[in-house]
Design a protein around this ligand. Structure first.
Ligand code: APR
Length: 236
């Protein structure tokens, strides 16, 4: 590996799969039993808000029975010990990276633990059940929605992500199929800027050809030794 100082890591549902949370695509994926358009678009929320709230309430409730796995923990250790720049961008809406201890973290697709008030535009900690349309703690209106970036909406933190990608010496993608943009395009941006690119996934992702190195297998088995390798060669 070339000299590395600045790292950007992108994670997807595959990193949380071994904690017991379903991925989106493939057998048993969330989008297998559910049409994306029915629950994960602004139009779906207008057409059937109860269905959408119930879908995300159930997913929020499932967080109570899962815990961070060895991959989340290794990445938290990297965040704590890496002396250079580091940004972990996750597409996941669960809270397993922060529960493992990662601080330099950006939830580009939002978070189940957060609610967004459509009346006053305030984000607050989400109540367990949005299905009851509880009042916003800020303005009291009953217009809270899950703080999730739906299809057709702008992901969070794009400026910060783009700038980190421009400076990155290493871009690592873990547990994502590479099916959804703009995240799927990050590897090309990083590579164009000269970063080394590594993917860790069960199977080659859609953008596999853009990675210098592909490590195929389970995140809990491959991420801890990869982190050890990185920490064994700190920036000059
Ligand atoms: N270890 C490593 N990779 C795994 C594991 C595992 N234990 N289990 C599954 N994977 C891989 C799968 O092979 C797949 O390529 O993780 C990937 C998960 O892909 P998706 O289900 O498409 O999830 P993700 O890429 O995060 O989806 C992106 O799509 O619907 C939207 O907003 C949603 O953020 C999500 C986005």
């Amino acid at each position: 590996m070339q000299q590395i100082s600045n790292i950007v890591i992108l994670t997807g549902a595959g990193v949380s799969a071994e904690s017991g949370l379903a991925t989106f695509r493939g057998p048993d994926g969330l989008w297998e039993g559910q049409r994306v358009e029915d629950v994960a678009t602004p139009g779906a929320f207008v057409a059937d808000p109860h269905l959408v709230q119930r879908f995300y309430d159930e997913r929020r409730a499932s967080l109570a029975s899962v815990a961070p796995n060895a991959a989340h923990e290794a990445l938290a250790r990297l965040d704590e010990e890496w002396p250079g720049e580091l940004l972990l961008v996750t597409q996941n809406v669960d809270d397993l990276h922060e529960r493992a201890g990662t601080k330099r973290l950006l939830h580009m697709h939002g978070e189940l633990k957060s609610a967004w008030c459509l009346a006053c535009d305030t984000r607050s900690q989400s109540p367990d059940r949005l299905l009851d349309f509880p009042p916003c703690p800020q303005c009291n209106e009953k217009m809270l929605r899950p703080d999730i970036v739906w299809f057709g909406e702008m992901p969070y933190g794009m400026e910060r992500i783009e700038s980190a990608l421009m400076q990155a010496d290493l871009f690592v993608s873990i547990g994502t199929s590479g099916a959804v943009y703009p995240a799927a395009g990050f590897v090309q941006t990083a590579r164009y800027r000269g970063a080394q690119t590594v993917e860790i996934n069960l199977e080659p992702s859609a953008g596999s050809i853009y990675f210098d190195e592909s490590r195929m297998g389970r995140a809990t088995e491959l991420v801890p030794p990869f982190v050890e390798e990185l920490l064994g060669r700190p920036p000059a």
